[in-house]
Structures are given as structure tokens and as C-alpha cells.
Design a protein around this ligand. Structure first.
Ligand SMILES: Cc1cc2nc3c(=O)[nH]c(=O)nc-3n(C[C@H](O)[C@H](O)[C@H](O)COP(=O)(O)OP(=O)(O)OC[C@H]3O[C@@H](n4cnc5c(N)ncnc54)[C@H](O)[C@@H]3O)c2cc1C
Length: 488
């Protein structure tokens, strides 16, 4: 007797390879692949808990990724059903149409996602539909690692040591060997009807960041392994060079699994006989992603509340003009402005640059880190709740293993160290391109002749600094005293 068809609900796992839930669905019966767009809700503008529905830049990525997924499914004889609206309702309707009583999906580990899945499972069970959740999004279960005292980790290095000792990544799994096709396909809406593409002409340079979809992810991984992996340790902080893997948007959308990345890196190290030590700096970053999920899963409010509670008393400033200048890359600090413009133009920003702009927002401007987290959420094509929350809380000083608040990045020093020839600033702040190297990170130090011959007029062609570095530093340290006092 033929088994009933089963539904597979795709979310942030848009791939067929190394997708344990999809494979399990294929082994159970004929598969009806499904994606339901729930729409974007208002992220709010103050520090109230945000909803974190997908930001606009990432919706662009999702649109193209769904197209790619649909093509891959067609290659194996399946058809992607697209719907919008309430997920439970759509699943119930489709299950009834095709005669399915089971829906499979990949486990979501971020707290809003896992809460939503618990509710969804309950609702579907009440309608007689069984749900089955599988791993594949992470290399480990975020609840699975604890310190010797049995508590979750809050410092990366011991977490990393333990991870290396106990986590067995295992081989990745390919596309399911045999795929059964249902007798009839449910009705699907057109991809365009989901309305994922921005109305304004915002995304035209997003393709510079990467090619959405599983094949784009694999091609990017190959390119990185061929050109950059062995230089990663030396190049990864240089903002003007292409020294990192740029796999983040692919990982965020699950077009490639961390296990595929991990195993490919190890294979490369073995086949080149360079050894695992040479690729360890890169693998360590993949474990930072695991750590971010570990921290968020074990401290579920840290997407909007400080992990270190004393930071709740921090006297944040309130200044819309400063926030706007930061968002638009018009602070008058070249390295900050270059980074913010890179983000706006391409939907991606270099990690070193993320740390610099986050420090600038929370320390030089003393604006709440949630303003930054929200802006990133809406403008990054790689937005990931765990990584974003960890990154922002680290920068603000309030998070796990964080940079202390009193340690502020000096934007000029950071620029000189990690963009020594100014190529990053010249690329993203073209109005400064003709300044000599020694002034590119501090144009206010140049005399009028130098500025004039580079065509720069501060406060006119390029903003004068919106805050004075030394004064901002004093003000930040004074504000930090409140947190120190709360410490007792
Ligand atoms: C304020 C701030 C916000 C951030 N927001 C996000 C976000 O929304 N989404 C996101 O994926 N990353 C975020 N990061 C982490 C990091 O900046 C990006 O993962 C990295 O820049 C992506 O580029 P890449 O793929 O070339 O990284 P690579 O250097 O090639 O690293 C490979 C992978 O390792 C993981 N990784 C690397 N660094 C980190 C890190 N510090 N924390 C967690 N995982 C890491 C990522 O999955 C990355 O794709 C944030 C960092 C900061 C400081």
C-alpha cells in the first residue's frame, strides 16, 4: 500500500543537500515541499521587544533563494508550493487537499522561532496533523554543552574547547536517493505575489554580496577554499580585502549547512596536506556561530535585554539626528561612514567594520544597541538573530564575553590598522578618495591646501565629525560609572 504524502515546510533551511528533515520526509512518503510567507510585521521604533520578522534586505535574498530552491526541486521532480498568510491555516488546507497527516521541518533554535513552532505543533496536533522536527541548522544542540558546574557557557574560549572535545560533526548527507512524487500538486501562488522585492530601487548592488541559493553557496565556498582559506588568519580583519568567506547570507538562509562547510574545509586541509591547524582560525568562527545560538537559547531575552543585568541602568542618549547620521554614513568619521555605506549599498558589512560601527553607536554616540541591532536587521542580507544579538551585546559591553564598556574602539586607529592604505574608505566614501593616505582616516588633520587639492571641504563635501572623539570618550566613561556603581 502506498504511504500518504507528507509536507515539508521550508524556512531558513533552503537546501536539499544535508537537510535531515527533508531526507526524512522523502523516506516517509511522496513529498509536498512548501514555503509560507507570513509577512513582515512592524519592528517598532523604541526599545520594546521587537518581533524580528524578516528585514527588507533579507527579503530580497529570500526571493531569489526561493527561486533557486524551486529550480532545484524541479530537477528532482518536485514542485515548491508557495503560500502567504497564517502557517497553521495553510498547512491544514494543503494537508487536506493532498491527504497528508504529517508535516516535517527543521528545528528552529532562536527563541521566537522555537516558541512559534511549539504553538504551531500544538495547533496542528489538534487538527490531527503530526509534526516532526529535525536538526541540521547547527553543529550541536544549544542545550547540549554545559560547564562542569552544569551551567551554560558565557565565555567563548572554554565553550570552544569543550565543543572541540565532545562534538562529533559527522559526515554530511547528500540529496535523498529516492524521491517519490505525489499524485497531485496543491495550488501555489507566484513568487512575485509574495511581495518580497523592495519597491524602491534599493537592492541593485546586493548581487555584489553573493548569489542567493544553494548552488551560489557551494560556488562561494569553493572559491574561498581555493583562494583565501590559508590567508584567512592574516587577512580576515582587513576591510579592503576579500579575505573572508562571505558565507553568512547563505548560512543565515540555510542554503548551505554548517556541517557542509565544516567538512569541506577539513577535506581541503587534508587533500592539500597543510593540516587542520592551518584552517582552524576559520573553523573557530563557525563555532562562534554555535556559541551565539548557545547564548541566545540559554538566555532567551538577550535579543532585546542586556545579558548582564546591570546594563539595564545605563543612561542611553536619545538623539535622532545622531542615529540618522550613523545610519546614512554621515558621521564625519571616514571608517564608520564607509562601513555604513557598504551596508546600505550591498546588504553586507565586514566583521571588523561591524565591530567599529557598533562601538561608535553605543559608545561615541551612547545610543541604545537595539537601535543598531534593528538597523542591521533591516539592512543585512545575512541577518541572524543569534549572531546579531551576540555581536551587538558584545559591542555594547552588556553581553557574553563582551568588550567592556570602557574599552572604546578609536575609529582613527582602527582605520589605520585595518585599512592602512585607505582603500576601503576610498571605495565607499568616494568624496575623500583623493586625500593622501595619512589623512584618509582623519581628514580634519589635513591643512586647507591639502583638503582643497583633494576637493574636500569639511562640513560641505563631507561632514565634519558629529562628535568630538575625546569629548565622546569622556562622556561615555562618565555614563559607564552608573553601571559600575550598580556593580556595588
Ligand atoms: C554588531 C555585529 C552584528 C552582527 N550581526 C550578524 C548577523 O546578523 N548575521 C551574521 O551572520 N553575523 C553577524 N555578525 C557576525 C559577523 O560579523 C558575520 O558573521 C561575518 O562578518 C560574516 O562574514 P563572513 O561570512 O565573510 O565571515 P567569515 O569570517 O568568513 O566567517 C564564517 C562564518 O562564521 C560565522 N561567524 C563569523 N564571525 C562570527 C561572529 N563574530 N559571531 C557569530 N558568527 C560568526 C558566520 O556564520 C560566518 O559566515 C555580527 C557581528 C557584529 C559585531
Amino acid at each position: 500500500m502506498e504511504a500518504d504524502p507528507v509536507l515539508f515546510l521550508f524556512r531558513r533551511d533552503l537546501r536539499l543537500c544535508d537537510n535531515p528533515g527533508f531526507r526524512a520526509a522523502c523516506r516517509t512518503g511522496a513529498v509536498v515541499p512548501l514555503f509560507v510567507w507570513e509577512g513582515a510585521s512592524d519592528q517598532g521604533s523604541d526599545t520594546a521587544p521587537p518581533q524580528w520578522s524578516m528585514g527588507e534586505a533579507q527579503q530580497w535574498w529570500l526571493h531569489h533563494s526561493l527561486q533557486s530552491l524551486s529550480d532545484s526541486l524541479e530537477d528532482v521532480g518536485l514542485r515548491l508550493t508557495l503560500r502567504s498568510g497564517c502557517v497553521a491555516d495553510q498547512i491544514r488546507t494543503i494537508a487536506e487537499d493532498v491527504g497528508a497527516s504529517q508535516v516535517f521541518w527543521s528545528h528552529r533554535y532562536d527563541p521566537p522561532g522555537s516558541r512559534a513552532d511549539e504553538k504551531l505543533s500544538r495547533e496542528l496536533r489538534e487538527s490531527g496533523i503530526e509534526t516532526r522536527a529535525y536538526g541540521g541548522t547547527l553543529l550541536h544542540d544549544p542545550d547540549g554543552l554545559t560547564t562542569q558546574a552544569g551551567t551554560p557557557y558565557s565565555v567563548f574560549t572554554p565553550f570552544y574547547r569543550r565543543f572541540k572535545d565532545v562534538v562529533d560533526v559527522g559526515p554530511d548527507i547528500g540529496i535523498p536517493e529516492s524521491i517519490e512524487v505525489p499524485d497531485a500538486w496543491p495550488r501555489s501562488v507566484d513568487l512575485e505575489e509574495l511581495g518580497l522585492l523592495p519597491e524602491r530601487n534599493w537592492a541593485k548592488r546586493f548581487p555584489e554580496t553573493g548569489t542567493p541559493g544553494a548552488s551560489g553557496a557551494l560556488a562561494r565556498l569553493d572559491e574561498f577554499l581555493e583562494d583565501a582559506i590559508y590567508g584567512y588568519q592574516d587577512e580576515r580583519d582587513l576591510m579592503g580585502s576579500d579575505g573572508t568567506s562571505r558565507l553568512s547570507p547563505h548560512l543565515a538562509m540555510g542554503e548551505i549547512s554548517p556541517r557542509q562547510v565544516w567538512n569541506a574545509v577539513i577535506r581541503e586541509a587534508e587533500s592539500s596536506q597543510k593540516g587542520k591547524k592551518q584552517v582552524e582560525p576559520y573553523l573557530r568562527q563557525i563555532v562562534w556561530r554555535e556559541f551565539a545560538y548557545h547564548v541566545l537559547a540559554n538566555n532567551p531575552s538577550t535579543d532585546h535585554k542586556p545579558l548582564r543585568e546591570k546594563y539595564a541602568a545605563f543612561p542611553w542618549a536619545d538623539d535622532d539626528a545622531h542615529l540618522r547620521a550613523w545610519q546614512r554614513g554621515r558621521t564625519g568619521y571616514p571608517i564608520v561612514d564607509a562601513a555604513m555605506r557598504q551596508l546600505w549599498a550591498t546588504g553586507w558589512m565586514h566583521n571588523r567594520a561591524r565591530m567599529i560601527v557598533a562601538s561608535f553607536l553605543t559608545k561615541h554616540l551612547r545610543l541604545h544597541w537595539l537601535h543598531g541591532a534593528r538597523w542591521f536587521w533591516d539592512t543585512l542580507v545575512d541577518a541572524d538573530l543569534a549572531n546579531n544579538s551576540l555581536g551587538w551585546q558584545w559591542s555594547a559591553g552588556s553581553g557574553a564575553d563582551a568588550q567592556p564598556y570602557f574599552r572604546m574602539f578609536n575609529p582613527m586607529t582602527q582605520g589605520k590598522k585595518f585599512d592602512g592604505d585607505g582603500s576601503y574608505v576610498r571605495r565607499w566614501v568616494p568624496e575623500l578618495a583623493d586625500l593622501p593616505d595619512r589623512y584618509i582616516h582623519e581628514p580634519w588633520e589635513a591643512d586647507n591646501d591639502v583638503l582643497a587639492s583633494a576637493g574636500v571641504s569639511l562640513g560641505d563635501t563631507y561632514p565634519a565629525p558629529i562628535v568630538d572623539h575625546a569629548e565622546a570618550r569622556e562622556a561615555a566613561l562618565a555614563a559607564y560609572a552608573v553601571v559600575k556603581e550598580a556593580d556595588g
